[in-house]
Design a protein around this ligand. Structure first.
Ligand code: 5RP
Length: 218
């Protein structure tokens, strides 16, 4: 089974967790693209979606799923998104698709975060995947120096502007042994919009696509 087939398997398994007549939080990425295809197959049973990116909004709307403004919703039950890495505590590194800030916002409003991944995303310690940090452009050089002081090497992601008009620094070489502390430390650097550690808002449930089926971790 290919990695993409495992992503697809986890994505379709997420349908089991979607209540009827609800608004669904939708993340961003190739795994979520499979989920949006799956969601379209039950679109008559849901009210619609809130989206974490321009890319996901376009796909949702193309498939006839109404997209709601998050500011008009007090809460919703389930957020479905992928991850670049996930540890045994369900802390994640996200942002490979540069959508981390909106993903964090939508996840914050959701009652439950269901993470859909293929088995290659499971790690013991976060940090092998370069940590994405969204930065206000005028603060780029300052933030880069501060991130390098934390022990990593922050490299500007070329030719990428986020949906919020910002840039991404990818921090290589971090051993993220305390994700809760590092998430706060990086957020406190002036000029950082958000960082890709999702530890304070960890996943509640993980669906892992494997060669032998989908594993559910609660
Ligand atoms: C986008 C993300 C994605 O969830 C993450 O990059 C995983 O992507 P994929 O499903 O394509 O492997 O955080 O900002």
């Amino acid at each position: 089974m290919t990695q993409d087939e495992m992503k697809k398997q986890a994505a379709w398994a997420a349908l089991e967790f979607i209540p009827h007549n609800t608004i669904v939080g939708v993340g961003t990425g190739s795994t979520v693209n499979h989920f949006i295809d799956a969601l379209a197959s039950i679109k008559q049973h849901i009210k619609g979606a809130v989206s974490s990116s321009v890319q996901s909004t376009a796909k949702l709307e193309a498939l006839g799923i109404p997209v709601f403004d998050l500011n008009n919703i007090d809460s919703f039950s389930v957020y479905i998104d992928g991850a670049d890495e996930i540890n045994p505590l369900k802390h994640m590194v996200k942002g490979g698709g540069a959508a981390l800030t909106r993903e964090k916002i939508v996840a914050a409003v959701a009652e439950r975060f269901i993470c859909i991944v293929d088995s290659s995303k499971q790690v013991a310690t976060l940090g092998q995947f370069p940590l994405p940090v969204e930065v206000v452009p005028m603060a780029l050089a300052y933030v880069q120096r501060q991130l390098n002081k934390l022990g990593g090497k922050a490299i500007l992601r070329k030719n990428v502007i986020t949906d919020n008009g910002n840039v991404i620094l990818d921090v290589h070489g971090l051993q993220i042994t305390d994700p809760l502390a590092l998430e706060f430390t990086i957020n406190n650097i002036v000029g950082v919009v958000s960082n890709g550690i999702f530890a304070h808002r960890a996943a509640n449930t993980v669906l892992i696509g494997t060669a032998t089926g989908t594993t559910i971790i609660n």
